[in-house]
Design a protein around this ligand. Sequence first.
Ligand SMILES: [Zn+2]
Ligand SMILES: [Zn+2]
Length: 340
Amino acid sequence: MTSSSPVQFLSPEEIATRKSEEAAHLKFADLAFVFRDRALRLRQLAAAHPMRDYLIFTADVADAQHTVLAAPRTVRLPSQEFLGEAARSGVAPLAFPHWSPGEEWREDLRDLLTRLLAQAGQGPAREVLVGLQVASAEQLDQQAERLLAGIMLGLDMATAPLIGAALQVYWTRLVARTQAAFPDLAFGPIDNARVCPCCGSQPVASVARIGNDEAGSRYLHCALCQTEWHMVRIKCSHCESTTDITYQELESTDDAFPATMAPKGAVRAECCGECGHYLKIVDMGKDAHVDPVADDLATVTLDLLVSEVGQVRHGLNYMLLWGEPTDESQALEHRHAGAP
Ligand SMILES: [Zn+2]
Ligand SMILES: [Zn+2]
């Protein structure tokens, strides 16, 4: 665009071209496997792990997510105009609060609770599940909004993983249906490479992949909709600096090193000396079964290790939220750096 021309908007053809050129940069979740494989990995990691009971619980949640995701649903989709507007603005189209889940996500939550209660024993977990079952729509929506906006103040930490699990199911389905309905127009690169190009969420961790076309390439895995987007390796996913990146991992001599820990190099913390943030990277070349959410949960000791040297966590995992209650304006600014 030259300085003499007025502001121009991309034509639908230009948007489609721009999208298809970048399509290889997005990996959409395979709905038949994403939560099922996560449950398998969590059970594998749980054996002999200090957090065994919690990993088993999250495996049960992931199994329930797999079943609920496959349940028949009518889903409200964005219009072509809505998607085009987001593309012209260079933002993620389905980012909260620009896109609101309405009441549909609560149907996924109800289904999840029913399945989990059917197998829950007596105890605190059952109380949490029953408490959510009798909560009002207003209470549930308020908790969901806080979670999506990254507001820890007033967030019920006991129910947050279950609210997050339902939102994951809703958004994973929404992105898949939207992509199926508008394969050339729905999703593409956005101006902010640090957040999910589909839903605007933070990554949970990144994945070094294997396979013919993508061997060794690194993707950030969305904490909410499970889409992965490409980012070159050895680059900070928080400030995009490439100058002072180091890697930390647990050593097998550490006392807290679980017996079932993945092989050396399978899970590392990518630490940035510029901004002081880190994101874990799981390497399929070292262990083909790594899962960003499951392996992040199973390596909490690594978080403690890098926090001791002053690094701040950048990854968002709904199954284990970190951080202190924050000021609302700060949280919104942080979460919606890429939103309209
Ligand atoms: Zn996403
Ligand atoms: Zn950085």
